[in-house]
Design a protein around this ligand. Structure first.
Ligand code: SIN
Length: 275
């Protein structure tokens, strides 16, 4: 936590991924401390911070300190286009993010940091699970790691935005090819970069081979309990995650109760694999 106020209290959720911080106000951080927080999010993958009451414009302004903001290709909010409204209640037919995924990995330059602030929490449940993609890669056999390093995969926005949610929109959602293993641009660590939300096909393999390999990797991520953690939300918890270091999965176990908040997300660069 170098560069962050020393008064901060820290609780790690898992040795490899996830920390909860309290005892400071995000909006009081200066620019150097914001940079230190960004680095800490890249190292820990996910960082939840308690008791951060703020308005949507304040959240947008804080998000801009982390980097240029991403506009969601399918669900940008109409009033605040730089945000994504996260809201599920008794009338909802689905909840956003209810599968292991990386945010909007179909984009050419997919999101870097997501900042989710939940205002209304259900009486219990509604956790978000996170899995470290550093550890997902590192816990595969050396032979499998070496093979994956040679591969790239197509990510397709149609999968979640049209298929799963039954969108009738005639728009084409983004589809792009990214390396199956990407180097984190700040920490320099390698992370698995395929996810069950968006990744459609591994290039150069038959459909059967690609489906089998992706199924194995998705199962490895879903069952990787030793590199996962869960964030329990309280009203005004703000959680940051680094989409190049973790995947996440929202748990919809609170129907018909309401869970509601706002997400802002920074734009990242095109995923790459360093030599
Ligand atoms: C998402 O950004 O995928 C939603 C996460 C959540 O609501 O916990």
């Amino acid at each position: 936590m170098a560069g962050l106020p020393t008064s901060i209290e820290r609780l790690d959720l898992n040795r490899h991924v996830g920390s909860v911080l309290s005892g400071f106000r995000l909006l009081d951080l200066d620019d150097k401390e914001v940079e230190a927080l960004k680095l800490f999010v890249g190292e820990r993958g996910v960082v939840a911070i308690r008791d951060q009451s703020m308005s949507v414009p304040e959240q947008i302004a804080f998000g801009k300190k982390l980097g240029p903001l991403h506009i969601h290709p399918a669900y940008a909010d109409k009033t605040y286009p730089e945000t994504l409204r996260i809201h599920t209640d008794a009338n909802s037919k689905f909840t956003a993010g209810e599968a292991w995924h990386t945010d909007v990995s179909c984009d050419l330059e997919p999101p870097h940091i997501s900042m989710l602030r939940i205002e209304v929490t259900p009486s219990c449940g509604g956790d978000t699970a996170f899995a470290s993609m550093y550890r997902a890669f590192e816990t595969l056999s050396k032979s499998m790691q070496d093979y994956l390093l040679t591969l790239s995969a197509q990510h397709n926005g149609d999968l979640p935005f049209r298929g799963a949610y039954g969108s009738k929109s005639p728009e084409e959602y983004p589809r792009n090819v990214h390396p199956v293993v990407a180097t984190h641009p700040v920490t320099g660590r390698r992370a698995l970069y395929v996810n069950s939300g968006f990744t459609e096909k591994i290039k150069g393999l038959t459909k059967h081979e690609s489906d089998s390999l992706l199924d194995m990797l998705f199962e490895h991520i879903a069952k990787g309990i030793e590199f996962q953690c869960r964030v329990r939300w309280e009203p005004n918890t703000v959680t940051f995650w680094d989409n190049r270091a973790v995947q996440h999965h929202a748990s919809w176990d609170y129907f018909p109760e309401t869970r509601s908040g706002w997400r802002v997300t920074t734009r990242g660069e095109r995923p790459f694999l360093a030599a």
